[in-house]
Design a protein around this ligand. Sequence first.
Ligand code: PMT
Length: 405
Amino acid sequence: MLLGVTGGIAAYKAAELVRLLRGAGASVRVVMTAGAQEFITPLTLQALSGNPVHTELLDSTAEAAMGHIELARWADVLLIAPATADCLARLVQGRADDLLGAVSLACEAPKAIAPAMNRAMWDNPATQANLDTLQARGLHVFGPDSGEQACGEIGPGRMEAPAVLVERLSGLFRNGRLAGRRVVVTAGPTREAIDPVRFISNHSSGRMGFAVARAAREAGAEVILVSGPVALETPPGVRRIDVISAADMHAAVLEQVPGSDIFIAVAAVADYRPATVAGQKLHKRETAMTLELQRNPDILADVAALPDPPFTVGFAAETELVLQGAKNKRVAKRVDMIAANLVGAGHGFDVDENALHVFWENGECELPRTGKTRLAAQLVSLVADQLDSNNTHDKVISINAKDSA
Ligand code: PMT
């Protein structure tokens, strides 16, 4: 893989990143900008990567003096980490006046950036617009993380930890763990109409489901995301089907599931809908009003009950007795795997972080609280493990947050 390093304080983390990438079996070549060399020497990255570090656009020692083309062809993935605000702007413009810019333009392999900058620079509309443009062009964006920054401020803009980048990068290789698999994911809430202006719904933002869809795509799968009403961008490369009600979601999922290998139900589907939908706006009455509800179809259970079901993964949202509730749901709905999460004030719904406890027939795994993007990648990795193993063994894994921090 090709690593581009640009000039920010997080450039020092490139050393650890190269070490971890090599440890994971990757062959690593490094391109450094002039700014990056102010923070870390090429010699350090040369020693760690075991390859000469490339810094010059016009390099007479490169084959046919076209080093940027050679490097671009060689790469099976290009990661720029750290990617400064200036780097994002230059990528948007398609600048080719330094080696990294030229390689980025010439490289047809999957590309990812790990932004790192001061939080105000990150929040600036110019940076956000650049980011939108790059994502729309299919670049994968890893992070940034949030927290204390080198400049003393606190907020988003820290480069993702090298271990997280390695985890996310693994999915970008053409032989990702779910390559060749078709995955259907549900996300977001459903809305159950009461009358033309009112509905019953819940607090799901869609973030967890969208993160799962993105992680599955980054693991190489073809992904169909069936989403309730949310205000989120579709992850790059994912096909999205928008629905409103549980009945719509049920129909869309059952249409997409045949031929799929995996179904992951992250949506918070309304269990009930009004028995009748008023044709006109209901008017206020003097006395209390009773709404009769009827059961919605259970999408997850219906998929699991198909004659030839995909590998089915449910989520269990519980406010108490989380683990037991999830285990009961896994058995009742006859699903292969279930991810339990605590929901309620500050938990699960409409927040950036989450924690999961995942159960399958003969095993379980605790995934401690972290960002939903990272959590989704860990969940997808567990799903891939289960698909890979022909027979499931008794297994209890606990991923220690320190291992992957
Ligand atoms: O969207 P976010 O703001 O990021 O929040 C994420 C989340 C809290 C919504 C998510 O992590 C989560 O827990 N999703 C499942 C919510 C839910 O409906 O849980 P449940 O325990 O009620 O349902 C169990 C499973 O059955 C779920 O996989 C659900 O998608 C599925 N189901 C439920 C009812 C129904 N009629 N059809 C279904 O398919």
